[in-house]
Ligand binder design. Structure first.
Ligand code: PMP
Length: 398
């Protein structure tokens, strides 16, 4: 029956881990997957998450199905975290929100909803480059994917002129995907001033902004600062769509905790959108998983746990920033040819190398990363940073 099924290519990101596992060298480093590691290189369960789990395990809770759109207190608190408690559409009960299977599921629900109901176009514009899963998510949701310029190879910075030109030349009312903070894979974000200009273009051209916020708090260490773009757009009256993930900022990767929300005109419109979100979700997976949403909600709804969590998010962000400083200093200290300032100015967990350098590192130094040269800074720590920097320096010198 399946003789005509062609073998598919391995996943470009998860495939790196396979190669890493097969390598027996002691010095090997995996910088492929974008999951946080502590300074001993180990997966990190946040103490606030452990405390929330203790609270949950000592409470009498059932394992009944959640509603189709998830745990209501969780979605309310997730929206508050993203939009801010004072947000006008939040206060006026005009935000339709549903729990999702982490950020990926949020993007997929949003893609499917837009493909079914957005009246103006089926085309979504993604930054070039973007997270590798964006294209298949939106294509499989029934949208057509196009790109807008984002990364400038020459300056290792934002191609702001190209970005503006492409958004200005897109047909009116096109859908535009924006990374809310810590752009993956480039680590380059617009400045607040640039976000304001982007917001103006989006308004002029009546574009529909779809924010992907997978790293709130994890980028700068402050959940408020990382939500700047989302909150600015909302303050300007944009009715945005938003995908949230709690994988990185709460370290809940495998629990699959996320939320998708849409700003609507008023509570009556919100009720209609809610009813259709349910109709989109019900045949996909019926209703979302319980445990992770309870953990996140326990943290978000307790003042004490919330402050503890904020400190822990900042701790993760700061450790990554300190690795960036150390990598920069070591590369410059070794007189490595090239301009390395971007390592310090980039935001979030990723930075990049060229493809030949990446290949040399895997073959000669047992250092693994995605073939596009994306490095997960979270895989670096006090023990391996020097070996890594020296290996990069050698690879660059050729
Ligand atoms: N968007 C971006 C930009 C990401 O980097 C990620 C995680 N790699 C996600 C969404 C979604 O991840 P998850 O489904 O694990 O929340």
């Amino acid at each position: 029956t399946w003789s005509a099924v062609p073998a598919g290519p391995p996943d470009p990101i998860l495939g790196v881990t396979e190669a890493f596992k097969a390598d027996t060298d002691q010095r090997k480093i995996n910088l492929g997957v974008g999951a946080y590691r502590d300074d001993a290189g180990k997966p990190y369960v946040l103490p606030s998450v452990k405390r929330a789990e203790q609270i949950l395990s000592s409470s009498v809770l059932d394992k009944e199905y959640l509603p189709i759109t998830g745990l209501p207190e969780f979605t309310k608190n997730a929206a508050k975290l993203a939009y801010g408690g004072e947000s006008k559409p939040l206060v006026s009960n005009s935000i339709a929100v549903t729990q999702s299977i982490s950020g990926t599921g949020a993007l997929r629900i949003g893609g499917a909803f837009l493909a079914r109901f957005y009246p103006h176009t089926k085309v979504i514009y993604l930054p070039v480059p973007s997270w590798g899963n964006h294209t298949p998510i939106f294509r499989d949701s029934g949208l057509e994917v196009k790109g807008y310029r984002y990364f400038d190879k020459k300056t290792v910075g934002l191609d702001f002129a190209g970005l503006k030109e492409d958004l200005q030349n897109a047909p009116e009312q096109s859908i535009v995907l924006l990374h809310a903070c810590a752009h993956n894979p480039t680590g380059i974000d617009p400045t607040p001033e640039q976000w304001k200009e982007i917001s103006d273009i989006v308004k002029d051209k009546k574009l529909f902004p779809f924010f992907d916020m997978a790293y709130q708090g994890f980028a700068s260490g402050s959940t408020g600062r990382d939500a700047f773009a989302v909150r600015h757009f909302v303050s300007q009256g944009h009715q945005i769509a938003l995908a949230q993930s709690f994988a990185k900022n709460m370290g809940l990767y495998g629990e699959r905790v996320g939320a998708f929300s849409l700003i609507t005109a008023d509570p009556e419109e919100k009720a209609r959108v809610d009813s259709q979100l349910k109709i989109v979700i019900r045949p996909m997976y019926s209703n979302p998983p319980l445990h992770g949403a309870r953990i996140a909600n326990t943290i978000l709804s307790s003042q004490e746990l919330y402050s503890q969590w904020e400190g822990e998010v900042k701790g993760m962000a700061d450790r990554i920033i300190s690795m960036r400083d150390k990598l920069y200093d070591t590369l410059v200290g070794l007189n490595t040819p090239g301009e390395w300032g971007h390592i310090k100015s980039q935001i979030g967990i990723f930075t990049g190398l060229t493809q030949p350098q990446t290949k040399a590192l895997a073959e000669r130094a047992h250092i693994y990363m995605t073939s596009d040269g994306r490095i997960s800074m979270a895989g670096l720590n006090a023990k391996n940073i020097e070996y890594f920097a020296e290996s990069v320096s050698k690879a660059v010198k050729g």
